[in-house]
Design a protein around this ligand. Sequence first.
Ligand code: HEC
Length: 218
Amino acid sequence: MVNPALRFRFLKKIEMKTSRLIILGLLGGLTLTMATSFSSCGKKTKSEVDILPDSVYLQRGDSISAATFDTLSKTLRYIMQTAGPDSAIRFCNVQAYPITKIYQSHGIHVKRTAAKFRNPANEPDLLENQLLNEFKDQHQAGKELKPIIRRDNNGGVHYFKPILLQGMCVTCHGDPAIDIPDLVKNVLSELYPSDQAIGYRIGDLRGLWHIQFDADLR
Ligand code: HEC
């Protein structure tokens, strides 16, 4: 087992590093916003100014997903090396990280979802399902998968980014007969009895980041 105090300090260190990334991302977004607001002459109505272009949200989404992935993957790697992959399983829930809670208090909701999900709480909704299918078709056609923005009728902005499987993921999402150790299989079946998130290979489309920016967030 990892000493809890040590683990806490480690998580703090990661989050300090990642918060720098977030600040950079937000600053970048702000610069872009200012640039787009001042770039054209003539008066703009309030609603025109209020609607930020997709490019701003693409940049914000990129930095938030990168920072969250950074926290998650560094923690995972550390716990896997020190305590083993079976212990690391408990650190895979993005909602459990303080970083996600900080975003949420600012009207930003971070979610990971997948067609074949492990945690039922990550089950895709209608729009997520539709986009998962679109990305799947693009992936099968050999196209490069890029993040996209969708807007809802309530003024909310949604950022979606495909997640591809990497080498370090197969221990918990790969072929159960080859990649996943018995110890991990035991913990997975105990915690996620209806787990569907296995059988993936490196490079497969594993799921999506969905980052929602609330309407009043400018
Ligand atoms: C130590 C085991 C472990 C490793 C390694 C791991 N995951 Fe997971 N993954 C999990 C667990 C456990 C969950 C369920 C988390 C939760 O409760 O939300 C999960 C959930 C997910 C989800 C959310 C959708 C779902 O199925 O519930 C995605 C997407 C995902 N993992 C992708 C990855 C990727 C990509 C990697 C490699 C970079 C990776 N995982 C590495 C154990 C792991």
